[in-house]
Design a protein around this ligand. Structure first.
Ligand code: TYM
Length: 332
């Protein structure tokens, strides 16, 4: 079976709606037809300021959320990045074939380092995309389901694989990004031309799956729309309305066109109330399932131990071939 792989950082107390609709929902769908590898990149989480205790909690919480949304440990390999030392080992080799200028062009680095201040930003933030390339290339992956903001990192990953193969011999599989365009960029409710992000200046436009649905309903009620009154899907003229339509459509399964027809003659208030309701129906049982998984840390650890064993078996084969190709002696 072709292989799929993706990760979500343990850098917040809850997945947000962008993470879920842009990426994780696809993970769940893909596990039927693909050999799926899904992981928590805890090493990436060290590239921004962090608290060790909080990081450990968020890593568990992230795994619980994956299980709660339907990532199935019987069908998918679920693991934590730091449990697979081969990823860090492969990162070094890839670092040495990455151009400094090439890495400097990564827009996410530019954005995040500007936010932290160039002097506060660590070198890890700079080499982050190379670690991400290793995450993917260690596993011989066909598809990587991500949101739009990861596209440039995927391009780098493909370039590095091709470069390695042409210099040293074909070892690394060149992966494809799997980006579902309708949902690849969910926007901030207060600033509907910017992506929904946990690092926005305020969290007023951010919908966290694990928040009280009443709190999210309030945020949806105060979502920025526009001065008109007509409900139609028009990202250029009506970004706020279009974003709410996208969200409601994704969560309800009702197509955007059908929603637009349903709202003919109705107002933004109706759209907001219904969107909040559909969200509440989705998150209420989800929150319960997350709590259940969290109440059994031994079971979570068992899932992660099984995942790590399977993942290491695959990654160590890739690493051995890579080491051989670059001329490292096999250890005696
Ligand atoms: P992260 O943790 O920031 O986000 C997880 C996933 O959510 C997607 N996403 C969005 N999609 C649509 N609309 C949004 N507003 C939105 N915000 C976030 C992201 O595109 C991502 O797919 N570098 C990655 C984690 C990573 C990874 C990997 C992913 C590390 N190694 C290997 C794939 C393969 C990241 O920071 O995602």
């Amino acid at each position: 079976r072709p292989r799929v792989l993706s990760g979500i950082q343990p850098t917040s107390d809850s997945f947000h709606l962008g993470n879920y609709l842009g990426a994780v929902r696809q993970w769940v769908a893909l596990q039927d037809d693909f050999d799926a590898f899904y992981f928590i990149p805890d090493m990436h989480a060290l590239t921004v300021p962090f608290d060790p205790k909080v990081l450990a909690e968020r890593t568990r919480l992230s795994v619980a959320q994956l299980l709660a949304v339907g990532v199935d440990p019987e069908r998918s390999t679920i693991y934590v990045q730091s449990h697979i030392p081969e990823i860090a080992q492969l990162t070094w080799v890839l670092s040495c074939i990455t151009g400094f200028g090439e890495a400097s062009r990564m827009t996410q680095f530019k954005d995040k380092s500007a936010k932290q201040g160039v002097d506060a930003a660590g070198v890890g933030l700079f080499t982050y995309p190379i670690l991400m390339a290793a995450d993917i290339l260690a596993f011989g992956v066909d598809r990587v389901p991500v949101g739009e903001d990861q596209r440039q990192h995927l391009e780098l990953t493909r370039d590095l694989a091709q470069r390695f193969n042409s210099r040293f011999g074909t070892v690394l599989k060149v992966p494809q990004a799997h980006i579902v365009s309708e949902f690849a960029k969910i926007y901030d409710l207060q600033n509907p031309t910017a992506k929904m992000s946990k690092s926005a200046e305020t969290d007023k436009g951010l919908i966290n799956l694990l928040d009280d649905p009443k709190r999210s309903a309030k945020k949806i009620r105060s979502a920025v729309t526009d001065t008109g009154s007509e409900i139609r899907f028009d990202v250029a003229e009506k970004p706020g309305v279009s974003n709410l339509l996208t969200i409601q459509s994704a969560l309800s399964g009702v197509g955007v066109d059908d929603l637009v027809a349903k709202y003919e003659g109705k107002g933004y208030g109706d759209l907001k109330v219904d969107t909040a309701e559909v969200l509440a129906e989705f998150v209420t049982p989800l929150r319960g399932r997350v709590d259940e998984y969290l109440s059994d840390p031994a079971e979570l650890d068992a899932v992660l131990a099984r995942g790590a064993a399977r993942a290491r078996a695959v990654a160590s084969e890739t690493l051995a071939s890579v080491y051989d190709k670059v001329g490292f002696l096999a250890p005696g």
